[in-house]
Design a protein around this ligand. Structure first.
Ligand code: ARG
Length: 494
């Protein structure tokens, strides 16, 4: 019994401390100082598809949770900006838009259509194909005209990507494949000196345990590939950036690539044999986004989904729902827009993050924008309700924090209080296991606990008003932190 009393006292003290000193004091302390999160990473001139959206959302959340845990995070966008496709794109640019330099990047317009047309020409016209292949060599040799055409093409893609990042509130630093290209020869040299690189069927390869096929590091034609770039990038991240943990967020389809080159890095002694020891690498794989038909998510025209369109629709739908509830008459146009974005984009993010990332999930606007069930909309409502309870009490909550105290006499108050204090360890678990759904589950349960408390315990006008208002505030504070870590913008009214 005394044990219980002491525990309850501790719970009370900790909630109060959190309210006064701020939630940062709940942050877990991880044992690493610097982490690379390699995420989003779309390919220039190819479409940025829903797979990249998943990578962007999951990677951003992991980065946010690690940052909250006092780790320095290098948010890296490993864009595909250095493939053989550039020879073809550049020659097509020269041919179609001879005045490309003066026309600026308005010449190309839609880069995806441009890619398609140039690919078609590449496949059909052998003379063009040969020119394109030579162009790759000229580009990689650093010829200025080829370099600036390449830069212009990259810029167009970059602007499109940045638009999506801005809307999603995601910050990233681009260090694309081209950045690591100059490091490849010396890194391969090091690996060769260690006796790791062998000749096989005209290519240069590294054999790794557990796989029959080797990692190809120099192709038959002498060119480098995805794996050689990733080895150079890993070397750079470990030795120049001094990262202790490198996290790669891509679809599970690429897991073999990662397992293979991680093993090559172990053979080289760059990484310890023990997977849990640092420096350490992890591939954070995720499943597919499916459409209602159970197949890969596509638009009606079977084209891939443009992310900007998808976000437009999320916003439009949430705005329509708000208008249906008469909010356009209550709020300013600006508020309506802002809240529609917060709800719409938050819904898209949460629908993704709440699933265990390795499973496939079905993309469904109606479901994710439902205000009941485990959705961002439901959670945002719960938070807005807490804010409104506090507002309507007419009490100055900042003042109450200093003068009032919390008591947890009702079982539903205790359940809520205990759940609040599990926040720190939940973030730690989500970080160490790289599973954002752990935090989503916590948030949903927090909201459920609150609902139970609120339906069984009168707040405003009760004898326990001060304590219960403080409990509302503590719940709102933790909810806001969860939203923040999930990249969702909380709203104070809904
Ligand atoms: N650009 C690749 C893709 O679109 C993802 C890159 C992931 N990062 C890495 N270091 N390989 O699939």
């Amino acid at each position: 019994m005394t044990h219980l009393v002491v525990n309850l006292l501790l719970v009370l003290q900790n909630i109060q401390k959190m309210l006064i000193d701020g939630i940062e004091t709940c942050a877990p302390g991880l044992s690493v100082k610097r982490v690379v999160v390699d995420f989003s990473s779309p390919n220039i001139a190819k479409e940025m598809h829903v797979g990249h959206l998943r990578s962007t959302i999951i990677g951003d959340t992991l980065a946010r949770m690690l940052e909250f845990s006092n780790v320095e995070v290098l948010r890296r966008n490993h864009v595909g900006d250095w493939g053989t496709q550039f020879g073809m794109l550049i020659e097509f640019l020269f041919e179609k838009f001879p005045d490309w330099e003066s026309a600026g990047d308005t010449a190309i317009g839609d880069l995806q259509a441009f890619y398609k047309a140039s690919k078609q020409k590449f496949d059909e016209d052998p003379v063009f194909k040969e020119r394109a292949q030579k162009a790759v060599v000229r580009l990689q040799g650093g010829e200025p005209r080829y370099r600036s055409a390449w830069a212009q093409i990259c810029d167009i893609s970059r602007r499109e990507f940045d638009g999506v990042y801005q809307r999603l509130g995601v910050s990233l630093e681009e260090k694309g494949e081209s950045f690591y290209n100059p490091y490849i020869p010396s890194v391969l040299e090091m690996l060769s000196e260690l006796g790791l690189v062998e000749e096989s069927e005209g290519a240069r390869v590294i054999f790794v345990e557990g796989f029959e096929r080797p990692v190809i590091v120099v192709k038959k034609d002498g060119g480098y590939n995805y794996a050689s770039t990733d080895l150079a990038a890993l070397w750079y991240r470990l030795n120049i950036e001094k990262a202790e943990w490198i996290i790669y967020v891509t679809d599970v389809g690429q897991s073999e690539h990662f397992q293979m080159f991680f093993k090559a890095a172990k053979r080289a002694g760059w990484l310890p044999d023990d997977d849990k020891a640092y420096p350490r690498t992890n591939h954070v794989g995720f499943g597919l986004v499916l459409g209602e038909d159970g197949k890969r998510f596509r638009t009606r025209s079977t084209e891939v989904v443009r992310l900007a369109d998808l976000l437009d629709e999320a916003k439009a739908r949430s705005k329509a729902a708000l208008i249906e509830r008469g909010k356009d008459k209550e709020w300013s146009e600006e508020d309506l827009d802002k809240i529609a974005e917060a709800v719409g984009y938050g819904a898209v993010k949460y629908a993704d993050l709440k699933n265990n990332r390795t499973t496939n999930y079905t993309f469904n606007f109606d479901q994710m924008l439902n205000d009941k069930g485990n959705t961002a909309v439901y959670l945002l409502y719960a938070h807005a309700r807490m804010c409104s309870i506090i507002r309507k009490s007419g009490k100055d909550i900042e003042e109450l924090k200093k003068t009032g105290s919390i008591a947890l006499n009702h079982p539903d108050e205790r359940a809520l209080g205990l759940h609040l204090l599990q926040f720190g360890e939940t973030v730690e678990e989500a970080c160490t296991n790289l599973l954002p759904n752990v935090l989503c589950e916590y948030l949903y349960n927090l909201s459920e606990n609150f609902t139970k408390f609120y339906s069984n315990c009168q707040v405003v006008g009760s004898a326990e008003e001060t304590s219960r208002l403080l409990l509302c505030e503590a719940t709102a504070v933790v909810m806001r932190k969860c939203f923040h870590l999930l990249g969702i913008v909380p709203v104070h009214k809904l």
